[in-house]
Design a protein around this ligand. Structure first.
Ligand code: NAD
Ligand code: DAU
Length: 340
């Protein structure tokens, strides 16, 4: 079988990082290129076990740097692109929206253009259910691929804008693309600014856990490895131009999630602290994944099995999240890649 070259953007982040490991281990005859700018969310310590494998390669670059991206594509002639790189945190988009436009919109356009110029086999754009806006609390309503885009935060607006660019490159230039829109992920190597890893690390440190508003907002949780399997399937089998929703019917209120973690760790619910609500806080997300299931995907984790595995992972891997919280992880790149 021919060796394929797969570019994974954002492969030092949470989901891209899990995807890089999944692909490096599953496809020894593919070359996996992890391209990442190493922003605050980028961490290479997570790849200690794969960084010396022959089929893993790291490139430090900004997806919005047109010249650097074009010359990389011309040199490497990638077969596939799995595009994860983004500014991903809603709270940060409320205080610093500009970088979300630069990275998520301009960066995606730069990648699309380079992919068009060299003629890739497939460009998978990893998007989010947040582009659909919010649902009310009626449990029979779901986001489908036909739901109109009504993003409410600067983050989701920037992701929706990038989705439109991906669609336009397909319609205008015939670029073979897919867009995936996944619900909230959780699992190993989740950056502790997000609800689940923040709660686990705070509870383990006996610190207060901030719950926005009344804690009744609902998210639809999917284990990150189920998301990785979905991207792998879409990369290889997705019908060009199609959008696929990814989700596993695991709706929980934020308060349920936080209480599950506290109770699993045997700590007191007094650690919960209700704080001011997020501006424009979406009430509920819920995904209808029927289209992806018809392509052959099914999640392997329930919320119960996934959250138990995740809590255990954080117990077993304190070394990882403690050096993320202290900031020490940012020195790893310099030690491993610049001075070796
Ligand atoms: P993350 O914030 O953990 O990781 C993002 C990565 O992108 C980091 O490694 C960062 O260094 C890199 N990056 C940022 N700007 C860059 C730039 N200009 N050039 C190159 N690299 C850059 O994000 P995540 O949670 O892993 O999300 C990955 C993707 O999945 C995003 O596109 C996000 O919108 C989407 N998504 C996330 C979730 C979720 O629950 N986390 C759910 C659905 C979709
Ligand atoms: O739905 C997919 C999206 O999920 C992705 O596109 C985003 O990149 C990802 O960050 C995530 O967005 P959310 O805003 O849903 O995730 P977050 O972990 O920030 O918040 C989850 C819920 O918990 C949300 O309702 C806000 C609430 N929350 C969050 C934090 C950080 C709290 O109550 N307290 C907190 O401290």
């Amino acid at each position: 079988m021919n060796r394929k070259k797969i570019l994974v953007t954002g492969g030092a982040g949470f989901i891209g990082g899990n995807f890089v490991q999944y692909m490096v281990n599953k496809y020894p005859n593919y070359d996996i290129y992890n391209l990442d700018l190493l922003t605050y969310a980028g961490d290479l310590t997570k790849h200690r076990e794969i960084e010396n494998k022959d089929n893993y390669h790291f490139v430090k670059a900004d997806i919005a740097d047109r010249e650097a991206i074009m010359s990389l594509f011309e040199k490497e002639k990638f077969n596939y692109v799995a595009h994860f790189a983004a500014e991903s945190h809603v709270d940060r988009s409320i205080t610093e929206p500009e970088i979300f436009v630069e990275t998520n919109v301009l960066g995606t356009q730069v990648l699309l253009n380079a992919a068009k110029e060299i003629g890739v086999t497939k460009f998978v754009h990893v998007s989010t259910d947040e582009v659909y806006g919010e649902l009310d609390f009626n449990p029979t309503t779901f986001f489908t691929e036909e739901t109109p885009l009504q993003p409410n935060s600067p983050y989701s607006a920037s992701k929706a804008s990038s989705d439109f660019l991906v669609r336009a490159y397909h319609e205008t230039f015939g670029l073979p693309v897919n867009i995936t829109r996944c619900s909230n992920n959780y699992g190993p190597f989740h950056f502790p600014e997000k609800l689940i890893p923040l709660t686990i690390s705070r509870v383990l440190n006996e610190e207060k856990v901030p719950v926005y508003g009344d804690g009744k907002n609902i998210r639809d949780w999917l284990h990150v490895l189920d998301h990785c399997a979905a991207i792998d399937l879409v990369l290889h089998e997705g019908v060009n131009g199609e959008v696929y929703n990814v989700g596993g019917h695991n709706e929980r209120t934020n308060l349920e999630v936080v209480k599950t973690i506290i109770n699993t760790l045997g700590k007191s619910e007094d650690l919960i602290e209700f704080v001011a609500d997020r501006l424009g806080h979406d009430k509920r997300y819920a995904i209808d994944p029927t289209k992806l299931e018809k392509l052959g995907w099914n999640p392997t984790y329930t919320f119960e099995t996934g959250i138990a595995q995740t809590i255990q992972w954080y117990l077993d891997n304190k070394w990882w999240w403690e050096q993320i919280i202290s900031g020490e992880y940012q020195n790893y790149f310099k030690r491993q890649y610049l001075f070796n």
